[in-house]
Structure formats: structure tokens, C-alpha cells
Design a protein around this ligand. Structure first.
Ligand SMILES: *Cc1c(COP(=O)(O)O)cnc(C)c1O
Length: 473
């Protein structure tokens, strides 16, 4: 292939003219000129690469053909440029708090409050009573105090920020003692040892992976110790020959030695969760055990948007409010609105129904079966085409670093496709306008119904029928 062929690709200027002319004649131009040029550059580059790697003869290719090829590429990209990348999906995995799928959906009240705040101006940092500057954090503090039994509260960007701020404010330049069994890594890059270092605190590990005794904490305390940190092992559990001292004893020790006891509980449920033999303490339970400061996420079991909550003794929370780092970690107004809306839902005493993650986790098997059967009833066209369609039992985790060892028994609809392979089918489902993420079995797709909203069922059915119809023709 020689360069002469490459030179037949029309110039960007020429292409811009062609497209602008087209816009003038017909449909209006929907994208900015600079973006248009950018897209044309990329389209041209693609065609150039195609020519360079084309081993077949390209010598006779005409300029007009190349122009059409570039334009075809351009139109594909042009369509995509106005489509969001971050979009709604249908979650048929059964995992309520799926970190990759946006964790917690927010309640109707929270959505309304976000919309209100987002559409115009708000009291974000305005004190209506006094008619002067107010405090962003004030909107949720009392609500968090009421719901957790803390003396004071502070909401920040996320729980990683909450832990970082807490350690910075309380233990910068001093030692923080933590059990080796709790040096947690949460998905992504949140590693407790790194966060401790980043805060300027000095990490002091005690005990072993499986066993830590109270004495290990006792003998690690020095004049420079500021705090004892407990971290919820959100995504694993050490079982077998394993033990940690009673948290009450750890908190008592901290109090006796004038240290701050901090608990990063990760998910932070406002109610004690009892699931079979597993008991997950609530934030209130942490204070009963004696912790001074507790941190947790807004978008895990709390069911709000992204946020990190710090609750605890007033003198420590006040200290953190004065940290300059807080400015960099502050919660934004939309998350704050979602958080306040969710906290109001808790205040009604109807959180189990009003907050989506709780409503979904609370679904009884009978309700799930009903939901699955309703879905199956709408899939007769698939059965007619020979697809296997049946209701099956599933099992999933809460996800999002919550309740790592608690299995949720779920119900799903299993589809064994005909005329299309499972892998092609899941790929097609992922490429829909509203992508569907489901479970994959050897010869079947499974749609766990727990997290599929009723409003999305008809869309799902229509797309499944389409999938079966198109592929078996
Ligand atoms: C999830 C989790 C975090 C991080 O919380 P984000 O809100 O995602 O920043 C920190 N610690 C524990 C124990 C967690 O489970």
C-alpha cells in the first residue's frame, strides 16, 4: 500500500463542508463544530488504519468511496455522542447493593428532594431564620443524632473520606492500633493500611490474621497512641480457629487509657440485622458497646446516595468539623438531598417499605415467586418458540460490602434459549437502550427477580420476545 492511496482520503475541511451542507439542507446540526471536527478526525484515522492494514488491493479505491466510508464512521459516532454512557440498567442479578451497578437506588422521597434542590437554588449554606450564611452539614446532623443515638454527626463525600477525615483529625502524627485480622481492602483501592498512612497516623498492627487478644492491644499502647480502630470485615469473614476480643472490652480499654475508640462499620445499618445465625450490629449497638466514633457509607445498607457518615462524641465530631481537609471531602448538595430524604424516610418508621434496598431485601419468597410467575406468564411467545422457561430458586449476597456471609434465597426465571447462544443473548441484552444484566448458567440465562422493578417488567418482556423472535427467524 502506498501513501498515494492514503492521500485520497478527503481532508477534514472538505468533510466539514460536506456535512455542513447536509445540515443546511435537512436536519439541524445537533453537535458543536469543534466536536464535529474531532469526530471527523477519529473517523478519518480509522479509515486510514483500515487502509494500512488491508492486505487486499486498495490501489483502485476511489476518493468518493473513501469519503463515504469516513462519513459512515462519522454518523455512527455522531449518534453515540448524544447518548449517555452512564445510564439506567435493569439489575437481574439479585444483588441488592451491587457496587458496579450503582449500589443503592434511592427512595421516592429522596429522588424528589434531589430534583428540587437540583432544579434551582436551595438552603444549602443558608440560615433562613437568621437570614445569613448557614451550615451545609446542619441539615442532617440532628436527624442522624436521632436515628443513631450519637451526640453529634457529620456527613462527608463517602465512607473512605469519613475514615480518612476521622483518622486525620484524631490521630495525625500519632499511633492507631488495629488488629491484623481487620486490615481490610474494599474493592477499588481502599486499603485500611494505606488510608491510615495517608491520614498521617502511624499504623500499629497487633495480633495475627486469625486471632487477636485484648492483651495484644494492651501491650501495643504507648504514650503516642491516639486511637484503637476496629474495621468491619465487610467482604470476608475469618472462620475456624479465629477470635477477636469482645468490642465492649476493647472500648473499655480505650476509655481507661484515654484513647479514642473508632469503628468503621462499612455498611452501617440503623437497625440490628438478624439473619439466621448472623447478627449484624446497628450503629446504635456500636455506641452501646462503647465506641466514641463510628463511620459508615450512605449508599450501602442506609439506602441513600453516595455519602460517608461520621457519628459519635461531640468533642471529636467538632474537632473534625474544624479540619481543613473537610473542605476537600465535603458532601455535594445532591447527595445531601438524597441523604436527608432517606433519613426522613427512617423517621417515619416505614423504612422497610419506603427505602428501596430494604423493600427489596425484605421481599418474602412468596412475593418473589409471584413476581417470577407474572414474568413467566408474559413469556409464552418464548415457550412457543421452544425456549425453556421456568421459575427456579437462586441465591445471592447483599453485595456492596454488606453482610458478606449472609445468603439471600431468591427466585429467578431461567431461560434456555433456542436459536441463539447464551453468550450472544447476554451480549445483546447488555447492548439494549436499557441494558439488562442477568446471571449466566451453562445453558441458560437467569433473571433473579428481586431487584427488577415492576415498572421495568414490560420492557424486559418486550426485549426478550424480540430476542427470541429475531434469532429464530
Ligand atoms: C465500603 C466500605 C468502605 C468504603 O466506603 P465508601 O462509601 O465506598 O467510600 C470503607 N470501610 C468499610 C469497612 C466498607 O465496607
Amino acid at each position: 500500500m502506498n501513501n498515494e492511496v492514503l492521500r485520497r482520503i478527503p481532508s477534514i475541511e472538505q468533510l466539514v463542508m460536506v456535512i455542513t451542507k447536509k445540515y443546511c439542507e435537512g436536519e439541524e446540526q445537533k453537535i458543536a463544530q469543534e466536536v464535529l471536527v474531532q469526530l471527523l478526525r477519529r473517523a478519518t484515522q480509522k479509515v486510514r488504519q483500515r487502509l494500512q492494514s488491508d492486505l487486499l488491493g486498495t490501489e483502485n479505491i476511489r476518493e468518493a468511496d473513501l469519503q463515504n466510508e469516513v462519513l459512515a464512521q462519522f454518523y455512527v459516532e455522531e449518534k453515540k455522542i448524544l447518548e449517555p454512557n452512564l445510564k439506567k440498567i435493569i439489575n437481574a442479578t439479585g444483588i441488592v447493593l451491587h457496587t458496579n451497578l450503582g449500589r443503592s437506588p434511592i427512595s421516592a422521597r429522596a429522588q424528589k428532594m434531589v430534583k428540587n434542590v437540583m432544579e434551582g437554588y436551595s438552603t444549602l449554606e443558608y440560615d433562613l431564620k437568621e437570614g445569613r450564611r448557614g451550615e451545609r452539614y446542619s441539615h442532617v446532623e440532628q436527624r442522624l443524632i436521632d436515628l443513631t443515638g450519637a451526640e453529634a454527626a457529620l456527613a462527608v463525600n463517602n465512607n473512605a473520606a469519613a475514615v480518612l477525615l476521622t483518622l486525620t483529625g484524631i490521630a495525625r502524627g500519632k499511633e492507631v492500633i488495629i488488629s491484623r485480622g481487620e486490615l481490610v481492602e474494599i474493592g477499588g483501592s481502599f486499603r485500611i493500611p494505606d488510608v491510615i498512612r495517608q491520614s498521617g497516623a502511624i499504623l500499629v498492627e497487633v495480633g495475627t490474621t486469625n486471632k487477636t487478644h485484648l492483651d495484644d492491644f494492651v501491650s501495643a499502647i504507648t504514650n503516642n497512641t491516639a486511637a484503637i480502630l476496629k474495621v468491619h470485615t465487610s467482604n470476608y469473614e475469618i472462620v475456624g480457629f479465629a477470635s477477636q476480643p469482645e468490642v465492649e472490652a476493647v472500648c473499655r480499654l480505650a476509655r481507661e487509657k484515654n484513647l479514642v475508640s473508632i469503628n468503621d462499620v462499612g455498611s452501617g445499618s440503623l437497625e440490628t440485622i438478624v439473619k439466621g445465625s448472623h447478627v449484624e450490629p446497628s450503629v446504635r449497638d456500636c455506641f452501646r458497646a462503647g465506641f466514641d466514633v463510628v463511620t459508615f457509607s450512605g449508599d450501602k445498607l442506609l439506602g441513600a446516595g453516595q455519602a460517608g457518615i461520621i457519628v459519635g462524641k461531640k468533642k471529636y465530631v467538632d474537632l473534625l468539623k474544624r479540619e481543613s481537609l473537610l473542605r476537600a471531602l465535603r458532601i455535594d448538595k445532591l447527595s445531601l438531598a438524597a441523604l436527608e430524604g432517606t433519613l426522613i424516610d427512617y423517621a417515619t418508621g416505614m423504612s422497610g417499605q419506603l427505602i428501596p434496598v430494604w423493600a427489596m431485601m425484605n421481599l418474602e419468597e412468596s412475593a418473589l415467586v409471584k413476581k417470577a410467575e407474572a414474568l413467566v406468564a408474559k413469556l409464552t411467545q418464548l415457550t412457543k418458540r421452544g425456549w425453556g422457561v421456568k421459575v427456579i430458586k437462586t441465591s445471592s449476597l447483599a453485595g456492596g460490602g454488606s453482610l458478606p456471609t449472609v445468603e439471600f434465597n431468591g427466585i429467578g426465571v431461567e431461560l434456555a434459549p433456542v436459536g441463539v447462544t447464551v453468550s450472544v443473548a447476554v451480549k445483546k441484552l447488555r447492548s439494549l437502550a436499557v441494558p439488562v444484566i442477568c446471571l449466566v448458567r451453562e445453558n441458560a440465562l437467569v433473571f433473579d427477580v428481586r431487584c427488577v422493578f415492576n415498572d421495568d417488567i414490560d420492557y424486559l418482556v418486550a426485549e426478550l420476545v424480540q430476542l427470541a423472535g429475531v434469532e429464530t427467524r
